[in-house]
Design a binder for this molecule. Structure first.
Ligand code: C2E
Ligand code: CA
Ligand code: CA
Length: 748
């Protein structure tokens, strides 16, 4: 059974599941996204670390190469200083003529390879070459040293001239890149410039020949050969240091410039990049963190998915619970509405609805208790399910109402068959444990195309048809048609008019005489309500009493009639008064009090009042009826059973309720002269009444013949158009009664 309900609610369920799935999906996306972001960030920072480390390494490479060059230049400056600032050299060179042998001994050999220079030159104060030895050969052209020397001199000539410095720089000689150095030749412990110190002037130095401007400069070169380069690189820890033509810009490189800033050559080397190693070292940690984060995210997603599923499931259960009727286990009203609105959404077209309302369920509840009532509902639910066609839904709409929903072209036929089976089952006695109850059902059927009608309209129509079954006698099936709506509207309009009419005093009471069978004298009148001042024209009681009953308006209307009749007849002690009471009034627990209030209010003597009730209510609710009858009789009111012969009222009833009178309905009494069966029934009824000592009135007497036959049959009094129509009290008195005084005087 559960599976069936679940199936019926599956449409709804798929919604929930899909939204839960969507949520889980979102969480998964967010989780995976976060993970990806974390991994990406970690890798980005790894490569940033590597890049930065490489940058630092690159800079360090530069610094090392620079340091190597600075050191080479410093070495060269040192060598030149050692050779230029030297007493012997000053002594030898500040003369007219040089000792070539000495020069050769000192500096000539150097250029052959064993000394830290490969070229030595002596220049005069105009920087003209006086002597030169270059790469092991005598040299007379100082221009072979390239522009580096000139720019060096141009940049430092004051300091060089003053002997304050030995300047060194790069140059490109005819032989290749080299370091060139220039310094003033002077004695070690002497004045800065030789010519300023006469004592220091070596012997033989030609005195007077521009002694103050005479200068001897030592220029030394050292070519940067690949081998030297390699040496220097090894010392400073630079890999693959080498020359490269100027113009290539792939890093790393360092451009060697002369003292004038002109590029001489460029160096390149293989950088020692440790970024990859650093990153490699960090990578394993990063990977660990990534894995850990990944695992956490996965756990998070799993936990979310799990709780979502649990939530969805418990929500499902809650929904299923909310959609199920606890007592019968059937889907409830809401489930039916949901299904209907769902099929509207999916445009499933034709639908038929059967509405079943149990008749007399309330009595079973009242008499046997709610437990029995609940059991009855369960028995009915189980039985109805047995009649349910395939692909149909049965719901308990609440209380004693059930509804069946079926779709498709065969829906109407299947709905009809289901309704018939249900009616047959519910109309038969039903066993509940030890007891057997007799209920019934009022059934309505409607079908509509949900493309053209709303589901609410479909349900309303089925309900309306069911209501019509109930109102028109119960225990039947009604199919909805537009006339039902029209009737309903008419009814509603009358109800509205009646309400207003009661307030505006549109109602009147007329009286029909009831005569003695033998004397034909009026002994009593029946009060009958009229609506003569209705704006849309008068309406007969047959047309509005039912509506007054179903709307509750019968209470004020009945009170009005009773009060009016009592006050009208208070001063006619010769006339008894009969007033009609509706079942709805009888049902009112305060009814007896209301009657006694009116009696007090009007001063009407209770022994002249007779209330006419129909048997319907007595059968429907015997307990309350017995109590009401007992109370009314205790007040002193007489009771008549109205319309006898139209229903089921048996002799048993007559005895049980202790009626004072029965009124044989005009459908029997009025046919006594034409219908032998009716005549036989009248005779039988009269003899029973006699046996029970109950008075008998025959209604609907229209002819003298009928009056005679009814007298012969044994009726005590007669009522009908033959004696008088319902009319104003004044006219009854004028036409049918002798003046009260005359009656009195005759009697006296
Ligand atoms: P009822 O109680 O059976 O009232 C008698 C009805 O039979 C009256 O119809 C009356 O006019 C009609 N009648 C009397 N003699 C003849 C006859 O010889 N031939 C024919 N064909 N009809 C005759 P009315 O006044 O239209 O009332 C109809 C029903 O409306 C009443 O039936 C009663 O059930 C109900 N009713 C009328 N007034 C009241 C009222 O004040 N309270 C309640 N609760 N019901 C009322
Ligand atoms: Ca009556
Ligand atoms: Ca009657």
């Amino acid at each position: 059974m559960i599976s069936r309900i679940l199936a019926q609610l599956s449409a709804w369920r798929s919604h929930t599941t899909s939204s839960a799935r969507l949520l889980v999906g979102l969480v998964a996306i967010v989780g995976v996204g976060t993970l990806a972001a974390i991994v990406f960030l970690m890798h980005a920072s790894l490569s940033a670390i590597a890049e930065k480390t490489d940058q630092i390494d690159m800079m360090r490479g530069h610094e090392l190469v620079q340091a190597a060059l600075v050191s080479a230049i410093a070495q060269m400056s040192e060598t030149t200083t050692d050779n230029a600032i030297w007493d012997d050299a000053a002594d030898q060179l500040y003369r007219e003529t040089f000792d070539d042998t000495w020069l050769h001994q000192i500096w000539g050999a150097g250029s052959s390879g064993t000394k830290p220079y490969d070229g030595a030159f002596i220049l005069d104060e105009t920087y003209a070459l006086l002597w030169g030895r270059y790469l092991g050969q005598p040299e007379s052209d100082v221009r072979r040293l390239g522009s580096g020397l000139n720019t060096l001199i141009a940049a430092h000539h004051r300091d060089i001239e003053a002997g304050r410095t030995v300047a060194s720089g790069f140059t490109m000689t005819t032989h290749g890149p080299a370091i060139v150095s220039i310094g003033l030749i002077r004695p070690l412990n002497g004045p800065e410039t030789p010519q300023e110190t006469p004592q220091g002037t070596p012997q033989g130095t030609p005195q007077g020949t521009h002694p103050e401007t005479m200068r001897r400069y030592l220029v030394m070169t050292q070519h940067i050969t690949p081998q030297r380069l390699a040496n220097q690189a090894r010392i400073f820890g630079v890999k693959d240091l080498a020359f490269r033509p100027i113009g290539e810009t792939t890093p790393p490189y360092l451009i060697l410039k002369d003292a004038g800033g002109q590029p001489v050559t460029q160096l390149t080397w293989t950088p020692e990049l440790s970024g990859a190693i650093t990153a490699g070292a960090a990578r394993s940690r990063v990977e660990q963190v990534s894995w850990l984060t990944g695992a956490l995210v996965l756990i998070f997603i799993a936990v979310t998915a799990f709780s979502m599923r649990k939530l969805a499931r418990s929500e499902n259960e809650a929904r299923t619970f909310a959609m199920t009727d606890g007592l019968s286990g059937l889907p409830n009203r809401r489930a039916l509405f949901d299904l209907l609105s769902d099929s509207r959404r999916t445009k499933r077209g034709r639908k038929s609805v059967v509405f079943i309302d149990l008749d007399g369920f309330k009595d079973v509840n009242d008499i046997y208790g709610h437990n029995t009532g609940d059991k009855l509902i369960m028995i009915v639910a189980a039985a109805l399910k047995g009649f349910l066609p395939a692909k149909a839904m049965l719901a308990r709409m609440g209380g004693d109402e059930f509804a069946m929903l079926i779709g498709g072209a065969e829906g109407p036929a299947k709905a009809q068959a289901f309704a018939e089976a249900a009616l047959a089952f519910l109309g038969a006695p039903i066993r509940i444990g030890d007891i057997t109850v007799q209920i019934g059902a009022s059934i309505g059927i409607a079908d509509a195309d949900l493309k053209a009608r709303t589901s609410q309209e479909l349900l309303r129509r089925a309900d309306m048809a069911m209501y019509h079954s109930k109102a028109s006698g119960k225990g039947r099936i009604t199919h909805y048609d537009a006339e039902l709506d029209a009737a309903r509207h008419r009814k509603q309009a009358i109800e509205k008019d009646m309400r207003a009419g009661l307030a505006r005093g549109e109602f009147d009471v007329v009286y029909q005489p009831i005569v003695d069978t033998w004397t034909h004298r009026t002994t009593s009148v029946e009060a009958l309500v009229r609506w003569p001042r209705r704006p849309d024209g008068p309406l007969a009681p047959d047309q509005f009493i039912d509506i007054a009953e179903s709307s509750g308006l019968i209470h004020p209307l009945g009170q009005f009639v009773l009060r009016r009749a009592c006050s009208d007849l208070r001063d006619r002690p010769d006339l008894r008064l009969s007033v009609n009471i509706s079942p709805a009034q009888f049902r009112d627990p305060l009814f007896e009090h209301k009657v006694s209030d009116v009696l007090k209010e009007t001063g009407f003597p209770v022994e002249r009042l007779e209330l006419e009730v129909t048997e319907g209510y007595l059968i429907e609710n015997p307990d309350r009826a017995i109590a009401a009858v007992r109370n009314l009789k205790a007040l002193g009111v007489s009771l008549a059973l109205d319309d006898f012969g139209t229903g089921y009222a048996s002799v048993g009833y007559l005895r049980r309720f202790q009626f004072d009178r029965i009124k044989i309905d005009r459908s029997l009494a009025g046919r006594i002269d034409t219908d032998r069966q009716a005549a036989a029934l009248v005779v039988g009824t009269v003899s029973i009444a006699h046996a029970l000592e109950i008075a008998i009135t025959a209604e609907g007497v229209e002819t003298a013949e009928q009056a005679k036959l009814l007298r012969l049959a044994g009726c005590h009094s007669l009522q009908g158009f033959y004696f008088g129509r319902p009319q104003a009290l004044a006219s009854v008195i004028e036409t049918f009664c002798e003046p009260v005084g005359i009656v009195n005087s005759q009697a006296s």
